[in-house]
Design a protein around this ligand. Structure first.
Ligand code: GLY
Length: 320
């Protein structure tokens, strides 16, 4: 219902503007073998997320159901201190979360700076499916979640509170890079792609800070005709180069997912005039189930799963 309204709006704009649009025709290589189902996630918590995503597909779920269920595992895990429950807080000691989700129809939903809601990815999906909007932020996002059955929960675990207290005592004014954001892409048996990203963002950030994760095109982009990409790393940099969108567009031009990820990481580095140390990494999957990954610094890992496989792979990096 909501999707058809969006499509109507989209079509309406094009028709009423009377524009001659450039051709967006995509050449599909019919002979290429498509590897599916396929799930790819960032970091080692991606292994668990992949397992749940594959299980979701096996139980009849779509790629969208799979990525939502997949990344929720990291949101629920108190040991993962960069996502959801157990995430490191901002400078005031509040855990604030960002998340985004995108489906094979090009629908997108996201939440930014949401507090006390454990599964922002599911709120992002509700924004996508139940509202005419793409992004809700702050208290509005929380109120929307509460109206939709989510509960207020304390997300600051004892461990995260202790780490925050140590940081406070250090009199540091700087946030700390905490870049283990989970991003996941799924290509299901139908050949449909979806993606999801969720994070607590930089540790001890200035209250109000929002990173790249809820920004469509920065941390996540899906075009079902081409492929999908997700980002993890320093949001302040990732959101200035819209790397996920860039990767999908490079794949549209004929780059492999690997080449496209390398292109996007180089772009981030080339715009980093201060030559600061930070991580920036991407994963990408194309329509044929080919996978790419590249990071700015060494140390990035990603998990790739099929029907009966799930393995953690060390990414290649630009800096050695
Ligand atoms: N990439 C996650 C963040 O910077 O918030």
């Amino acid at each position: 219902m909501k999707s058809s309204r969006r499509n109507f709006i989209k079509t309406g704009v094009i028709v009423s503007a009377g524009l001659a649009l450039p051709s967006c025709e995509v050449k599909v290589d019919e002979k290429k073998v498509v590897k599916k189902p396929l799930v790819v996630s960032t970091w080692n918590h991606g292994l668990k997320a992949n397992e749940v995503a594959i299980e979701t597909l096996q139980n009849g779920g779509s790629a969208l159901d799979a990525v939502e269920a997949g990344v929720r595992t990291a949101e629920d895990d108190p040991e993962t201190n960069s996502v959801g429950y157990g995430g490191l807080p901002d400078a005031n000691g509040d855990v604030t979360l960002d998340a985004s989700i995108m489906d094979h129809l090009g629908n997108a939903g996201s939440v930014a700076y949401i507090k006390n809601i454990k599964n922002p990815i599911s709120v992002a999906r509700k924004v996508m499916e139940e509202t005419p909007h793409v992004m809700l932020a702050g208290d509005g996002a929380k109120q929307f979640a509460l109206k939709n059955g989510f509960k207020v929960e304390n997300l600051l675990t004892e461990n995260s509170r202790k780490s925050w207290e140590i940081w406070k005592k250090s009199n540091s004014n700087s946030p700390e890079e905490n870049h283990d954001t989970i991003g996941q892409i799924c290509l299901d048996e139908e050949g449909n792609l979806s993606g999801a990203v969720t994070t607590s963002g930089l540790a001890y950030k200035i209250p109000g800070r929002v990173g790249d994760s809820p920004i469509i095109g920065a941390a996540l982009f899906v075009d079902n005709e081409i492929g999908a990409a997700c980002a993890t790393g320093m949001g302040e940099w990732m959101m200035k180069t819209l790397g996920s969108f860039l990767i999908v567009e490079k794949m549209r031009e004929g780059f492999s997912p690997q080449e496209a990820c390398e292109f996007a990481v180089s772009r981030v580095k080339s715009k980093n005039y201060n030559n600061e140390y930070f991580q920036a990494a991407y994963i990408a999957v194309n329509k044929y189930g080919e996978v790419g990954s590249y990071s700015l610094q060494p140390g990035f890992e990603y998990a790739v799963a099929g029907k009966n496989t799930n393995e953690l792979i060390k990414s290649r990096s630009l800096n050695k």
